[in-house]
Write a protein that binds this ligand. Structure first.
Ligand code: GLN
Length: 189
């Protein structure tokens, strides 16, 4: 059974552990950078990317997280986690982990639509997926290595660059575990 860590600094941590376990892998909450050595893949959960970054710096996680990805270990960023992975953030001078060649816009679906559900088609994963968006970002631009997996209203909401997977929505909040299962299979390979 592969071991998948969920960065446990802030955000929807327990829900991801439940989804990982429902997908046939072992889920481990990661609170210290040393624990990254014990896992095969990592989920960066949703929450608030600026708060998460503050905690990443406080607990000296930044280089350890970058190294984890650069060693070729899979990372799945959801919502705020997707923002952490991006090389560019609209309106901000500095990115965070900068591992996925894409530009993201935060809180991008507007105020009236802070939180909503939408049926989307995720390439290679599910044609009829009910996605939960909460103050979600979208991906405004992608580099040549990035494969677009899903759009909603012509905005990119899921993408993959090699061993990095990202979703603007929250795959851990429903009982449809197909996207987490897809990530578990990436880790198994
Ligand atoms: N709006 C949040 C941010 O910018 C992300 C929201 C979420 O993760 N649900 O970090």
């Amino acid at each position: 059974m592969v071991k998948i860590g969920v960065l446990g600094l802030q955000g929807a941590i327990r829900e991801h552990i439940r989804s990982v376990e429902a997908s046939g892998a072992e889920g481990i909450v990661i609170k210290y950078k040393e624990q990254l050595d014990e896992i095969d893949g990592l989920i960066l959960p949703g929450g608030e990317s600026t708060t998460m970054r503050r905690l990443i710096d406080k607990y000296d996680f930044l280089d350890a997280l970058k190294n984890f990805g650069q060693q070729g270990k899979p990372i799945f960023g959801t919502c705020a986690g997707l923002i952490l992975l991006a090389t560019d953030i609209v309106g901000q001078d500095h990115a965070h982990l900068a591992l996925v060649d894409m530009k993201v816009e935060r809180n991008a679906f507007g105020r009236q639509r802070e939180s909503f559900e939408a049926a989307i088609n995720i390439k290679g994963v599910a044609e009829d997926y009910e996605a939960v968006f909460i103050r979600a970002p979208y991906i405004a631009e992608v580099g040549p290595e990035v494969d677009v997996l899903a759009t909603h209203n012509d905005k990119i909401v899921a993408a993959q660059q090699g061993h990095y997977l990202c979703s603007a929505f929250h795959p851990e909040l429903t009982d449809d575990h197909r996207l987490t299962e897809y990530f578990v299979k990436m880790v198994e390979r």
